[in-house]
Design a protein around this ligand. Structure first.
Ligand code: ADQ
Length: 483
């Protein structure tokens, strides 16, 4: 059975959000995001579609076109799938394992069973809609078995896979009771993409150590080689799968769509600063509320600087915007409680009536408003313990074409591989966090020219390697893999 779509993107989520009206009717609006922006032109040029979960439990709308014309094929998930496949195996097993065990992963056989079932359902939907010889691009850790299942169902397809989160070292990955199945699932692809060369290296070392009962590959993978020009460089290696196919493994650092943030608006920026009491220095954090992002620790570092008198609460404010995320999972609830306690404590100690020193928003903001905050912020604070890339850091840099501002960035964010001129820090070390914060604040005061040239260099990097460059390089290599 096959459909007539020449290009199929498969992701856990469709690029749509449901709006339920007062009569219980549902309409769908397109959710903005770099991936959607980068893939829309490819989807329309190649007669493509997107397969994924629409985001509502048990919702199974018929295929439809989004506002910008993307054809979407919904895959329904039940409450049980959501609990065991999504919250369980994807976000309480794989997420902490792939983020270097910041919390302990939970291994449950029935979650794994659900992960396999749901991956099978996604793959059969792709089988139904993909034209003979179509190209399929599978996204992220929730769907690592889809390439292997599809390879069995549809040997005619060209299959790419991209992992948006880090890939851990083999010693960590080998904890996973179902490690052989996951490796075999990934090796069903023709091209496996990671953000960083170090992620690709971890995967290549792993496949040398792990082989399934049927064997997932033969021989040793070759080592990574850099090819291409400066603007479309790729680092690729190849593995021979057990069926004799060559599987390419490569690194493509994802980036942002700089136009998606809208135009600069100095009046709005002045308004945002005024709302905050026109402080001398605004520090900003913008994250999903996830324990990997290091929000609590950055607030504690800020608190210690206030306590020591290194920062003056009459002159600085910290704005932390945190999108609610995965709130039914215990570790996420704990992370939220700890952040909110810290905000309350710091304000209790250092704020004045009507002048909080930490402004905390637990919600998502429209991109336009986010842009105003990015523009208004003197110091952007991005301090994850581990992050595949971190688009927030790149969005901030993109909003400062004049070289204003400063970026404090964790050395464990993928973005640190490219944004070399940031004030880098080790988020596990509170002294390192404090040093980087102070260097950024004082650098802006005492050495603005150096800070400006550092921001300008990062701005050029982000604008040159945008999300289009990422998608083009990945899809070019996928086409190449097919040949
Ligand atoms: P995330 O972990 O979600 O992504 P990130 O890369 O920072 O992390 O992307 C977050 C996105 O959400 C950004 O575009 C940001 O603007 C937006 N966002 C965050 N908080 C927001 C808020 N309060 N209101 C509105 N928008 C908000 C995963 C991986 C990353 C990887 C990306 C892309 O964990 O490492 O960079 O995928 O591959």
């Amino acid at each position: 059975m096959s459909g007539d779509n020449e290009f199929v993107v498969v992701a856990n989520r469709l690029p749509v959000d449901a709006i339920v009206d007062e009569h219980g009717g549902t309409t769908w609006t397109e959710s903005p995001g770099g991936l959607v922006a980068a893939l829309s032109p490819v989807l329309s040029a190649r007669r493509g579609c997107w397969v994924g979960w629409p985001g509502l439990i048990d919702a199974a709308p018929a295929p439809f076109h989004t506002d910008s014309g993307i054809l979407v094929h919904p895959v329904p998930l039940t409450a049980d799938d959501h609990e065991r496949f999504y919250e369980g195996f994807s976000n309480a097993t794989l997420w902490p394992l792939y983020h270097d065990l910041i919390v302990t992963p939970t291994y449950h056989r029935d979650w794994w069973q659900s992960y396999r079932d749901v991956n099978y359902r996604f793959a059969t939907e792709v089988d139904r809609v993909a034209a003979p010889g179509a190209t399929v691009w599978v996204q992220d850790y929730q769907l690592q078995l889809v390439p292997g299942i599809l390879r069995q169902l549809r040997p005619d397809l060209t299959i790419g896979f991209f992992l948006h989160i880090p890939f851990p070292g083999p010693d960590l990955f080998r904890q996973l009771p179902w490690r052989e199945e996951v490796v075999r699932g990934l090796l069903g692809a023709d091209l496996i993409g990671f953000h960083l060369v170090s992620n690709a290296e971890n995967f290549l070392s792993l496949v040398q150590q792990v082989s399934g009962p049927k064997g997932s590959h033969t021989g040793q993978p070759d080592s990574l080689k850099v090819t291409g020009s400066a603007s479309v460089r790729t680092t690729t290696a190849s593995i021979t799968a057990s069926d004799g196919r060559e599987v390419a493994v490569a690194a493509y650092p994802i980036s942002i769509d700089p136009t998606s943030l809208g135009e600069a608006d100095d009046k709005e920026v002045a308004r945002r600063r005024a709302e905050l009491g026109n402080p001398e220095c605004i520090l900003l954090g913008v994250d999903r509320l996830d324990y990997t992002k290091g929000i609590l620790q950055r607030l504690e570092a800020f608190e210690e600087l206030l306590e020591a008198g290194a920062l003056d609460p009459n002159e600085v404010v910290f704005v932390q915007v945190a999108t609610p995320s995965r709130e039914r999972i215990e570790h996420y609830r704990t992370a939220r409680r700890q952040v909110e306690e810290a905000v309350g404590r710091i304000n209790g100690r250092f704020a004045k009536i009507g002048r909080p020193v930490v402004h905390y928003l637990h919600r998502s903001l429209p991109k336009r408003l986010l842009r105003h905050y990015y523009q208004a912020a003197d110091v952007m604070v991005v301090t994850p313990f581990k992050d595949g890339m971190n688009l927030v850091a790149k969005e901030y840099v993109a909003c400062h074409p004049d070289g204003s501002g400063a970026l404090v960035l964790s050395e464990f964010a993928g973005a640190a591989d490219e944004l070399l001129q940031a004030n880098l820090c080790n988020p596990f070390d509170i002294e390192s966090l404090k040093r980087a914060l102070l260097q950024a604040v004082r650098g802006l005061e005492h050495d603005p020219e150096t800070m400006r040239s550092r921001m300008r260099a990062m701005h050029e990097q982000v604008l040159t390697f945008d999300v289009d460059a990422w998608a083009n390089a990945s899809l070019r290599d996928l086409d190449e893999a097919r040949r």
